[in-house]
Design a binder for this molecule. Sequence first.
Ligand code: UD2
Ligand code: MN
Length: 590
Amino acid sequence: WTSSEESPESLSLKRREVITAPGSADQLRFQIRAPFPQWPAISSVSADPSCPSGYHSPDELKPHFVRPVEDPDGPGADGREFIPDKMSPAEITEKEEGLSKNFFNQFASDRISVHRSLGNDTRHPECVEQKFLRCPRLPDTSVIIVFHNEAWSTLLRTVYSVLHTSPAVLLREIILVDDASTQDHLKSPLELHMQALKIVQVLRQKERKGLVPARLLGAQEAKGEVLTFLDSHCECFSGWLEPLLSQLLQQPTAVVSPVIVVIDSNTLKFTKPHPSIPTRSRGNFDWGLSFGWENIPDPERLKRKDETYPVKTPTFAGGLFSIFKNFFEHIGRYDDQMEIWGGENIEMSFRVWMCGGQLLVVPCSVVGHIFRSRTPHTFPKGLETIVRNQVRVAEVWMDDYKNVFYRRNKKAASIALNNTYGDISARLELREELQCKNFSWYLKNVYPEAFLPELAPALFGSLKNVGSNTCLDIGEKKPLRKAVILYLCHGMGGNQHFEYTSRQELRHNTALQLCLHATIAPEPVRIELCNYRGGSTVPAPQQQWSLKLLSPQCCLLECEVFKKCLTVEGGKAVMKNCNPADKYQHWTFS
Ligand code: UD2
Ligand code: MN
């Protein structure tokens, strides 16, 4: 398709066809890549002769509501932290109660204006100066916010911040979906308040089902061309919406996230964006299927032509993102049998990449979120719900790699074995129907930096010391370069999971490649990054272990260069002269 005379109305797009329209006419200068069947005809955006030229003026991008002028010294104004001077006993009690309900400081939130501004625009100048074409016009969006027992002030601040920062022409509506909250302020007072705001509607899920069914309900009712999801404790930084929608217009099969900055859970301080994209703004996952943040690797960084350029991300946090509504439907919405909380973000990440879409972080879009260290939610069927959701991810999307996860999570393994994760046939059909790529493809092409554990290690499980009847354990946090500890054997995998590889390493591995590293006594044996001799695949001598079998269950663990064996002494793991008669040198894999 080369010129506008060719009647774009009659143009039909085939799946995965690449169409470029670099014509001379202004309104044709854009590309649509990888269209999908439900994508509306290209003609609707390009062939309109009345399509205005030029860029949107600031006037055309005014919000529905102008933020009221606030007291510059008010609590938390300009996104600052709020720390009260002196608290009365009653206030201390109020603060405690707020913390135990929300795991963030509701006391502080309740004293900060729901209209607080976030101060001047500190994004990179290229973001601040970014202009948006009038034609093709940016799609409009429904903002969907699901919540369960959210505090009144954080919920309201989320809604107002959307209203104050989103251009009215782009914000079709805000849909609040209540996931069967039990707190009184979220009952009829909510409708009363929101009705006055005209474009905000409240939907109710009668029974507590979790965030996935709630988001699906919101999506079903949404009238906007794009769906934008937010958590119920967010604040949008100025100019957050246009870059997301503009990126979608260029890549309709993308799922785009803002840069998510921290709103401190104790002081409510909003971390203002820096001129450059934070390094740890890409999402990853580990083999326990937990989401994490990581640095943008150099090859990705080098591809960026300027500061407005998006970053590809292997996974996303999952709470804050925009997607074309018809692409959301095309790509399989959500797994509607995922309950309560957890797992859906990893599921959507794998699915979007494997089935022809892509996940991008858009650096000029910045939204704050109150991150908290624990979840305040109740799980009616217990915490096993999260694992069940994860097993659904593994069964549908991970092929043989699901076993890598199961080896690390015994609960998951038993759910899989007993087939108690529910029916996944509809999701498997979806995978088939969309002709999705396999998980190896994903690892190789989308996340080549991922650490690949062996699919079938010789021995794995927890390493129990026979003499002390305790298990080798990496300890709680940040095990790197720290001594391994000996701990009560819990049989759950996790921190006690080790694999004996074909290269003779004893690896503990989730995301990083961690190896058991021998030392000279009395220094305790520790965890180090796995490393190899001069670029080869032979492990460093301190990380190469040989098994001296004593029984079918196992052995002495000898580090050959030291000619010493792993021993428990004084509750610590140390290297000592090998002695098959010493029970404190006997180890079993279970
Ligand atoms: C992160 C995501 C969250 C979701 C979750 C995994 C971000 C910033 N947050 O957790 O969106 O992907 O990982 O599942 O990316 N909610 C309900 N019903 C429930 C539980 C939660 O409606 O039963 C709501 C809750 O009010 C909130 C949203 O779901 O608006 C996410 O829950 P969260 O904020 O507790 O989760 P978060 O941020 O730790
Ligand atoms: Mn959240």
